[in-house]
Design a protein around this ligand. Sequence first.
Ligand code: SAH
Length: 228
Amino acid sequence: MTFRATVLTLYPEMFPGTLGLSLAGRALAEGTWSLDTVQIRDFATDRHRTVDDTPAGGGAGMVLKADIIAKAVDHASPEGDARPRLLMSPRGKPLTQARVRNLAAGPGAVILCGRFEGVDQRVIDARGLEEVSIGDYVLSGGEIAAQVLLDAVVRLLPGVMGNLASGEEESFESGMLEHPHYTRPAEFEGMAIPEVLTSGNHKKIAEWRRAQALELTRARRPDLLGEK
Ligand code: SAH
């Protein structure tokens, strides 16, 4: 079963981008997932291939036109396509590891990348686009956000990560941030690796890691523990 991603963008040449290398790139080459891009401009109808227009009500910037976006979405995601339709947007629900896992378990995703001031609200409503944010800051376009989302999803697809267990111990999977890591050399600038990690006592190591994770989460992200 291949996870099928279709990305609607004004800059298809930005893809696969970072997704063409390392884990995601290998998985793409092996067919674990597929990536198609759709050039939104191909659905413009006038001589100048216009995709945007000035905002109704005035103000700065330009807005992606509902009619053009609707045609691109309908082309990429015809009726009966089971894949969720996402719109990368700073107004969206913040992306979480839980949502990433849920997407990775599905057939794929159709992802619209905004540009300029964003997308005409009517096509968001009419095509049921789910707005997804990658954080509380504003990017100039949805392409990098789409790559962030796909990177997070693809590494969870079966067979992509060599060591399967490493996916389950990571930050957020247990509702906590991950414990710190160490590797050789045994001493670095006068600092030793915590003794317990070289003890060979697996029970003690697991306990230590859990305690570290808890402490780190409490200090940095008490919200994850339901604390303030
Ligand atoms: N005027 C908009 C910002 C537009 S930024 C506002 O204030 O809400 C242009 C495009 O970049 C957006 O349409 C969206 O696709 C993308 N983008 C910007 N920030 C993003 C974020 N934090 N998460 C996901 N996509 C984002």
